[in-house]
Design a protein around this ligand. Sequence first.
Ligand SMILES: O=C(O)CCC(=O)C(=O)O
Length: 304
Amino acid sequence: MAAKPLRRVTTDEIAAFDRDGAVLVRAILPQEWVDRARAGLDSAIAAPDTLSENLGTLRVDQFPASRSPELRSIIEESPVAEIVGRALESPVRFYMDQLFYKPKGFVPATPWHQDTCYYNIAGHDLIRAWISPDPVPRNVSLEVVRGSHRWNVTYSPLAGRDPETSTRAQAMLENARLDRPMLGADAYEDWTYWSGIRDKSLPLVPDIEAHRDSYDILGWDYEPGDVLLFHGNILHAALGDVTSPNPRRAHASLWAGRDVRYLHRLGQVIPDPVALYEHEPRSGQPLSDFPEVFPVRWSPETES
Ligand SMILES: O=C(O)CCC(=O)C(=O)O
């Protein structure tokens, strides 16, 4: 049985998540899970795999829980499943996780992006739980464009921009280890972000940073024990480009509620969870068609 949170997610927090697309749920994760997150992040950071990528001084790993028992326990045994399920008011299935590591010293910003286009799933009941064992003050913490989870737009993945028109994409291609995108289970052998350039129909993320006053931007001072919840379709970024005496280690898990379905995207960037490939999923299938890969981790029907 999973561990309980320090307190219930309040009705105000549930309403804020629904309205704004993000909410910082303060002081809800017991210290034991903060400590496990720290241990799991440190061991995963020390042992990169083929799905680890250095984007300048930002290190991003895909599916780190698949190789870290501590991070796996955060998915399977911690109160995180209950916290996301209560905010979504839905049974929840774990889809995938990522690690974001910015060492002490120069802490880079994370550019504005939307996660939707990076995965082969679609739906409104998508929620991200972002936790850190480090205090993350406002000047290096996450920001969202309030309400953008309801804009009903899928933007082009940042890292997948067309190298013919984007210097950022050109630089990524030059650094890529591959000369072709790997999209199936073979992506686990070696992988970079650049397969996203395959879908040229998606609009670019607007230049939010250059026009901050035109957007309703939400941000927070984060403390260990808080859980930052944000919607899977929201535009988000992290402030940075400052010097910090502390590292910034973060674990972000993506959870799916009732309406989430498989959707094969032309410009998919991140491989599917490896166990899904043998089921040969078709677009439109609900994740509940794959209970062995995506078991329900928490449900309001079984808990009051
Ligand atoms: O931690 C960060 O800087 C970025 C996090 C992020 O983009 C995400 O969790 O989707």
